[in-house]
Ligand binder design. Structure first.
Ligand SMILES: CC(C)(COP(=O)(O)OP(=O)(O)OC[C@H]1O[C@@H](n2cnc3c(N)ncnc32)[C@H](O)[C@@H]1OP(=O)(O)O)[C@@H](O)C(=O)NCCC(=O)NCCS
Length: 177
């Protein structure tokens, strides 16, 4: 993602319905003020990839920007935690998620010095849990926690994929038959 696209992430969270935020377990009062958040993201984008706090990838379908994934909580040489967001609700539940997650995972392992990626969606949020399963992540556990700085305390499902697992993902995995 380019730094002049950071505002798309900010706009996305600021334009979500209360129901959408609840499905994701996002606490509306924790969403940072738009200008300050945009500036914080752009400041991070200006750092060398290996020193950034987060790494973002844009999701495109047929040349249109439709969402993003990002990875944070990076511990270099070890792991990070990824997030997934199709911005346009009309694009959801059409089978795009798994391919977008597989491409994001491949990109993170390509550019970041990590050997495993975690993802921990709200346990009741069906779509990301299904997508992670389809993308070859392994289920670890269901725990109650505050999974991110935008979230309140909630049950989450913890999933993990390792570099080796991702490299060995059969090309047919994730594709609906
Ligand atoms: C999570 C997300 C990226 C998944 O992408 P997607 O393209 O919608 O997912 P898919 O269409 O590939 O669906 C994957 C599976 O979830 C199911 N699913 C999708 N949306 C669903 C919904 N609203 N309710 C129930 N099941 C749903 C699909 O039927 C499919 O199931 P299957 O594997 O049994 O066939 C997308 O839904 C999204 O951005 N959601 C809002 C943001 C979010 O919740 N992010 C997670 C925060 S970590």
């Amino acid at each position: 993602m380019r730094d002049d696209e950071a505002h798309l992430v900010v706009d996305y969270f600021h334009s979500r319905s209360p129901e959408d935020l609840a499905t994701m377990g996002v606490d509306p009062v924790k969403i940072p003020e738009a200008a300050a958040w945009n500036a914080r993201l752009r400041e991070d984008f200006a750092q060398p990839v290996g020193e950034r706090r987060w790494h973002f990838v844009v999701w495109e379908i047929d040349g249109n920007t439709v969402g993003h994934s990002n990875i944070g909580d990076l511990v270099r040489g070890q792991h990070g935690t990824m997030h997934l967001h199709l911005w346009r609700t009309e694009m959801r539940a059409q089978g795009h998620g798994t391919a977008l997650v597989l491409a994001s995972v491949a990109r993170y392992f390509e550019v970041l010095d990590i050997d495993r990626i975690y993802c921990q969606p709200n346990a009741f949020n069906v779509a990301p849990n299904r997508v992670l399963f389809r993308a070859g992540f392994e289920y670890l556990e269901t725990v109650e926690t505050v999974p991110g700085f935008l979230n309140y305390r909630q049950p989450v499902t913890r999933w993990r994929v390792t570099r080796g697992m991702a490299e060995n993902t059969p090309p047919t995995l994730g594709k609906k038959q």
